[in-house]
Design a protein. Structure first.
Length: 192
């Protein structure tokens, strides 16, 4: 192995989320936590936002980062840091739904009632139709779909959602089918 390749792999490994978290867990260095937040914070927020409203998403993200601080000693380098982080966030969200007696499959509050999806389907219109289709999915389907869009493998999604791999595959298939139906319906109406 060349010296340049060894140096590059060491530099890359030092910057990976997993090594940052391991170093943070050992040292408690807030600069390392800040780097983790910078690399994963927006992804975490957007994932939780797809499952809740903006105020709750902000609250859950804050609680999740507090959990990272409190539970840093529990992190093990057995998988992606981001998967562990999303698992913590998902658990926080489910706990919040239970505490407030929300039905996790109820997404009507996320859909803007005045939003007209019958507009011309330019790029913005397609985006609105897609958002509507995504929010119309059952919570479990939307969750699996969004996790896959975040780049998680099927096994990671199963781990994060605490369900069997075959269940994840089914949820993804149903989610994609339902999104496709809504897009075809609205795109087809515009072409008629």
């Amino acid at each position: 192995m060349s010296i340049a390749l060894t140096l590059k792999s060491r530099l890359f490994d030092r910057a990976s989320n997993e090594s940052l978290m391991l170093r943070y867990a050992q040292s408690g260095d807030r600069a390392l936590l800040s780097k983790l937040y910078d690399t994963c914070g927006n992804d975490l927020y957007h994932f939780i936002l797809t499952l809740s409203d903006s105020a709750l998403a902000k609250d859950i993200c804050q609680k999740t980062w507090l959990k990272v601080i409190e539970k840093k000693h529990l992190y093990q380098h057995s998988g992606q840091f981001k998967a562990w982080l999303f698992t913590l966030a998902r658990n926080q969200l489910i706990d919040e739904f239970r505490r407030n007696k929300h039905n996790i499959s109820d997404t009507e509050q996320l859909l803007a009632p005045e939003q007209n999806i019958e507009m011309s389907l330019d790029d913005q219109g397609i985006s609105i139709v897609f958002d509507h289709a995504l929010l119309a999915l059952a919570f479990e389907q939307r969750e699996a779909f969004c996790l896959q869009q975040e780049g998680f493998a099927l096994q990671d999604i199963a781990s994060i959602t605490h369900c069997p791999l075959e269940t994840v595959k089914s949820r993804l298939r149903y989610a994609k089918d339902n999104i496709r139906k809504v897009l075809n319906k609205h795109c087809g109406e515009q072409n008629d």
